[in-house]
Design a protein around this ligand. Structure first.
Ligand code: ZN
Length: 124
């Protein structure tokens, strides 16, 4: 990967980091409301669960983005963390925070290791 490309991905990842961390802050605290109405209570519990799931997802997203930024700094960006082959340009464009090549990712998926690849056009 050239320096120009690395800089491009760095800018991309930083923009994404700002976006995700901004949405994490804006969401504020997850409030637990008391309600006398049982139906409302059920609905609110559902919404709370949804908010927590989003929060989990964004936090793990943020970890992945920061991990990718760290790899840009130490020069290992774009290289699979498992087999040390280059991650294909197609994949790195679709998922700039990808830390595994597609073969390793698929193998990890088969082992049911949780991986955040929601933006992956193949699985979306
Ligand atoms: Zn690999």
């Amino acid at each position: 990967m050239t320096n120009v490309e690395r800089r491009k991905f760095k800018g991309l990842l930083e923009a994404k980091e700002a976006l995700v961390s901004g949405s994490l802050c804006n969401r504020g605290e997850i409030v637990i409301q008391q309600t006398p109405d049982a139906i409302d209570a059920v609905q609110m519990a559902g919404e709370r669960e949804f908010a927590i799931r989003n929060l989990d997802r964004d936090s793990s997203m943020l970890r992945q983005i920061r991990g990718a930024l760290a790899r840009i700094e130490d020069g290992t960006y774009g290289v699979c963390q498992r087999c040390e082959e280059d991650i294909s340009p197609k994949r790195i464009h679709a998922l700039p925070w990808a830390r595994l090549c597609i073969e390793c990712q698929e193998e990890m998926d088969r082992r049911k290791t949780p991986a955040y690849d929601a933006a992956d056009p193949i699985t979306a």
